[in-house]
Design a protein around this ligand. Structure first.
Ligand SMILES: [Zn+2]
Length: 125
């Protein structure tokens, strides 16, 4: 399910893009180890990663690393296959919002946010 992008003029609190789709609270913790992407961690264990729209592979790569997901050789370099590896490892993926983020110097970027949470996070292991 995609979040509709309302276009320019949309004003929402900054934390809106960090509202966790798993528990519906705002994620406020820094992600550790710190990814190259913009990221936060929710109290429920979900991690959000943000990258420029179209850089979904960057987000997937970060998630693979953060969750320590083993990647079969045939999946390496294929974004869709890597996402399947995450799912196979028990990591749930939820699409987040798309927001225009100021980069400074008159530049901005449409950034997409994607959420990840280990399904068995409460079950030990
Ligand atoms: Zn959460």
């Amino acid at each position: 399910m995609e979040t509709a992008f309302a276009g320019a003029g949309e004003t929402l609190p900054e934390d809106d893009r960090f509202v966790c789709p798993f528990c519906h609270r705002a994620a406020r913790l820094p992600t550790s180890p710190k990814p190259l992407c913009e990221s936060r961690t929710c109290a429920c264990g979900a991690v959000v990663l943000g990258a420029a729209v179209g850089d979904y592979d960057e987000i997937t790569d970060e998630a693979i690393g953060l969750f320590g997901v083993p990647v079969r050789p045939e999946a390496a370099g294929y974004e869709v296959a890597l996402r399947m590896e995450l799912l196979r490892a028990g990591v749930a993926i939820r699409p987040g919002v798309v927001r225009r983020v100021e980069l400074g110097d008159g530049f901005d970027q449409r950034r997409q946010y994607v959420w990840f949470r280990r399904k068995d996070h409460a079950g030990g292991g």
